[in-house]
Design a protein around this ligand. Structure first.
Ligand code: MG
Length: 656
């Protein structure tokens, strides 16, 4: 096998070398799957290319407007052509939203996306092409429709209550350190406390309301007096109450005093408003405690919790929104003993035993808010548990797991003590910044600096590098739809050390602004010139001005100057040349401030990587390196005369 590989590698080298120098992207990618060149140099976990896809919008096999798992299986040729060694699937479980990040059942496959049989089939067929499947696993929170959460709310003494973060008095409980998620912080780093309704906090019957906005109190009394119609003549104060779902105007009966008698039927209580617009500061509520009939109840317009009848309201915490209650793992040093940890680990076991190759963990810096050491220890326990299942199930090497720690490198690096791989957001921010500034000469040293810092926490760290993802503006947006810059960013990503992630649609040069709505950065793949895209899952929120015939896969496959061809060519080079895939980066001094230069070496192989981040041409000799054997290029690139010559935003890799 080794001998055959050697011959294959030489053949590739000959093919590539005879095609250069070439002002156009490199040689054509063979039709269909062809492993003669692919995935020889890279290994999936360490340096292979991972394609990040949104299952709900990647490819729709059954025409229901939702992308699905079968759609992925049907497009394995395409993923193969991008050199993918793994696929990161957006959450596949039953969930409350199309994106899947508010999970109702971690052991299920969403019926909108397919079946367990579909997933098994994808795992099997992808594995046959040396492509692993990574699932997105959400540990910070579940969906509020999850049966665990429903049971937890219904029974404070039941087995599910400890799965979530509850409090009857959040301010006091946070300050006292009683809540493990906060470690004594008096305000959340992100997120809010939400009240929730129970059967005993509503009321059905006739009540008299007296609001005193001088004293900021409301006094509610049970009464047999006649019901009044709401005041519709310029009221200054209103009630908002379950049962009538509209603002009810009160009558002015004194200075800052407003009253009314009405029949109510509410399962959650009521609020007082000084405007019908719900503008900030005009909603007045309570403090989470239930009122007592006949006793003035203090109003406030800051927490403005629902004013409940009888029983006290309780609160739950959510870092993101009310539909995503945070899970509670108790004291971090004993997290693995918590019931929530055990339940989630049991669910993860199911998928690992089915044959997935890794997990991507969402929002890992929010599990214990602003507590890096606690999160790291939690993640170490989680990883060890999953890796143990992986190994006992016959997995090769260690299980792959990557965490989303959305921050700058200095804050992210310690997470490598908990997980083998972490997304490197600073990498993309640096690529973006330097390309937009036209400055390349400090790029390699910056990347090396990131890696040195990671190595300080974990010698065998796996640097998960990326451009944009499903939560960020598209690369196209960040570069003002400048296709030359987009191609350069692709070439930089696929010639950098680490494990590159390519996000669905980046390879086609998509643009999209997250500010317009998340859906606009999660656009489906347009496969053919004339075909439509599955947009039901996105509520039809797709930018049809972008989804032209020319941006389709069909059109870009036949266009040697397309963004797609740059991705394919550089993926091919990465998978064929071990120095490019597995080499460590060594900065090379650049005589031109716009040009990034670095060396990559692995075993007996060395390559010189050159990218022009500027919009002008550059030409110079690189002392100590040869430029006559070009492996892959993009844009105007030549080294055959002894000078390294790069056109605007051009890239080239030279074998030493
Ligand atoms: Mg479908």
């Amino acid at each position: 096998m080794k001998h055959l590989f050697h011959i294959a590698a030489l053949a590739i080298a000959a093919l590539l070398l005879t095609a250069c120098p070439d002002p156009e992207p490199g040689p054509d990618v063979p039709d269909g799957p062809d492993d003669s060149w692919k995935k020889q140099a890279s290994t999936e976990k360490l340096s292979g290319i991972t394609y990040q896809l949104n299952v709900y919008s990647f490819a729709d096999s059954d025409g229901d407007g939702w992308g699905d798992i079968k759609g992925i299986t049907q497009h394995l040729d395409y993923l193969d052509s991008l050199g993918a060694t793994a696929l990161w699937l957006s959450p596949i479980h039953e969930a409350m939203s199309y994106h899947g990040y508010n999970v109702n059942d971690y052991t299920s496959v969403s019926s909108k996306l397919g079946t367990e049989a579909d997933l098994k089939d994808l795992i099997t067929k992808a594995r046959a092409r040396n492509i692993a499947i990574y699932l997105d696993f959400v540990l910070n929170h579940s969906g509020s429709d999850n049966e665990w959460f429903k049971a937890a709310k219904a029974d404070p003494t039941g087995p599910y209550h400890d799965y979530y973060v509850f409090s009857d008095n959040p301010t006091a409980d946070m300050a006292s350190g009683k809540i493990d998620n906060f470690a004594g912080a008096t305000t959340p780093g992100m997120g809010s406390w939400f009240t929730f309704s129970g059967g005993d906090i509503g009321y059905k019957g006739r009540l008299h309301f007296k609001v005193d906005m001088g004293a900021h109190t409301v006094t509610v009394t049970q009464t047999a007096d006649a019901v009044q119609n709401p005041n519709t003549s310029n009221p200054q104060c209103w009630l908002w109450c379950g049962g009538f779902s509209q603002h009810v105007g009160l009558y002015t009966t004194g200075t800052n005093v407003y009253e009314i008698t009405i029949d109510v039927n509410t399962d959650w209580g009521f609020l007082v408003c000084t405007s019908t617009s719900w503008a900030s500061g005009t909603k007045w509520g309570g403090n989470g405690k239930g009122l007592t009939f006949g006793v003035p109840y203090p109003l406030n317009n800051t927490t403005a919790a629902d004013i409940t009848f009888g029983g006290d309201a309780s609160w739950y915490f959510a870092s993101f929104d009310a539909s995503m209650p945070d899970l509670n793992y108790g004291p971090y040093d004993k997290a693995s003993e918590s019931p929530a940890f055990k339940a989630l680990a049991s669910a993860a076991d199911k998928w690992i035993k089915m044959g997935i190759g890794g997990l991507r963990l969402d929002a890992v810096i929010w599990i214990y808010q602003n507590q890096t050491a606690a999160n790291v220890e939690f993640l170490r326990q989680w990883y060890d548990r999953c890796n143990s299942t992986w190994k006992s199930n016959g997995g090769q090497g260690d299980f792959y797991m990557v965490g989303e720690a959305w921050d700058e490198v200095p804050k992210v690096a310690p997470y490598f003590e908990g997980l083998p791989s972490i997304f490197n957001f600073s990498y993309w921010w640096t690529v973006k910044d330097r390309i937009n500034k036209g400055r390349g000469d400090d790029f390699a040293a910056t990347v090396k600096g990131f890696r040195d810092r990671f190595a300080g926490y974990r010698p065998d760290y796996i640097d998960a590098i990326k451009l944009s993802n499903h939560d960020e503006d598209r690369v196209g947006n960040d570069f003002g739809r400048d296709v030359a810059k987009e191609k350069l960013a692709a070439a930089v990503l696929l010639t950098s050390p680490g494990k590159p992630f390519v996000y669905q649609g980046e390879e086609l040069g998509y643009w999209g602004n997250k500010g317009k709505g998340d859906e606009y950065v999660r656009t489906p793949i347009k496969w053919t010139r004339s075909g439509s895209v599955p947009s039901t899952s996105l509520g039809g929120k797709v930018d049809n001005t972008m989804l032209t015939a020319e941006i389709s896969v069909e059109a870009q496959e036949s266009d040697p100057a397309s963004v797609l061809r740059v991705y394919r060519n550089f993926a091919k080079a990465r998978n064929a040349w071990k120095a490019l895939a597995k080499g460590e980066i060594t900065p090379v001094t650049s005589p031109n401030s716009a040009v990034a230069l670095w060396k990559m070496s692995y075993e007996d192989q060395t390559v010189l990587v050159a990218h022009n981040f500027g919009n002008g041409s550059a030409a110079f000799a690189v002392t100590g390196y040869t430029t006559d054997k070009m492996i892959v290029s993009n844009g105007m690139a030549d080294g055959s005369t002894g000078l390294l010559s790069l056109g605007p935003y051009a890239s080239a890799v030279f074998l030493q």
